[in-house]
Design a protein around this ligand. Structure first.
Ligand SMILES: [Zn+2]
Length: 301
């Protein structure tokens, strides 16, 4: 784990005079989250088929009580699952909509998703407390164009790192993404370099970055900031990789091993530090933040 202010060799970071814009925090997440518009009052697990009430699966953060399958969860519900109640404040960003390729119906699609999800774009980032420990928390929204990374998401990720640096807080990012946003062409690919540079700058200045890889974390997101953290956590069964297994098999002309690109396989091979159930995520993150604070205090003494 790293500490703010100094590099491990004691030298000052080259870019320590970097000043982020003023960070403005605004209220964003109501405790009463209603993202399910369906009239269905029951939830059926797609893996084991068990049927339970919608309120019960929500209470269990969309983890099947019978087989443990971690189903998709909205960004807002994810925040409410880790943040202390009433502590989350969103980092305000005013990123104008851009359609560099004049992609047909793109503006309508984005506007529709904003209304439907209540989000500004494919990332929800803010400052909150986790069991009393303050941190910047950002969540990729799989409900917003599959959490794909375009210009806005790249900028929001970068701003989250800048806020963490300015506020001298650790940052936790929950990733879930289909990769780069094809509607924005090469400009979406450039976000890989931009977000990686943001991680580098934050790390050089001694910030702690925890990445939580959730299902699915693929493409340009897996190949940039998602896998550059100091501590990499994954949810059970999450698909994590760059290209899909079928594409790899066709490219290399070989059969891939069982469980390839799953969180468990990646943990076994040293790519993931720890697999943590969503139900234990809050406690685990709080524990890491507590240890980090202790180390930081003893270092400052
Ligand atoms: Zn199940």
């Amino acid at each position: 784990m790293k500490l703010f202010g100094k590099r491990s060799d004691g030298s000052k970071a080259a870019n320590s005079n970097f000043v982020a814009e003023d960070i403005e925090l605004v209220d964003a997440v109501s405790e009463e989250i209603e993202e399910d518009n369906s009239s269905e009052q029951v939830y059926t697990c797609s893996d084991c088929g068990v049927t339970i009430s919608l309120s019960e699966i929500k209470k269990n953060l969309y983890v099947c009580p019978k087989c443990g399958k971690h189903a998709k969860i909205s960004a807002r519900r994810r925040i409410s699952g880790v943040a202390d109640p009433g502590t989350f404040r969103k980092i305000k960003t005013n990123i104008p909509f851009r359609n560099p390729l004049n992609y047909p119906d793109y503006a309508e699609k984005i506007n529709g998703l904003k209304t439907k999800t209540g989000l500004d774009e494919g990332l929800l980032a803010g400052v909150c407390e986790i069991e009393g420990h303050k941190a910047v928390v950002a969540v990729m929204a799989s409900e917003f164009l599959m959490g794909s990374m375009g210009i806005a998401v790249g900028e929001m990720v970068t701003k989250a790192f800048e806020a963490a640096e300015k506020l001298e807080l650790p940052i936790i990012i929950f990733t879930a993404s289909g990769g780069a946003r094809m509607q924005e062409g090469i400009l979406s690919l450039m976000q890989m370099a931009k977000t990686s540079a943001a991680v580098q700058r934050f790390t050089e200045n001694g910030g702690l970055y925890i990445s939580v890889l959730t299902h699915p974390t693929t493409g340009g997101v897996s190949a940039s900031f998602a896998t550059l953290a100091d501590i990499t956590i994954a949810e059970p069964g999450a698909l994590i990789g760059f290209a899909g297994p079928r594409v790899i098999e066709q490219t290399i002309g070989q059969k891939l091993p069982a469980g390839f690109q799953r969180a468990e396989y990646l943990e076994e091979h040293g790519f993931v530090d720890k697999i943590v159930s969503r139900l234990e995520m809050r406690d685990t993150l709080a524990q890491i933040l507590r240890l980090h604070e202790k180390r930081r205090k003893s270092w400052l003494r």
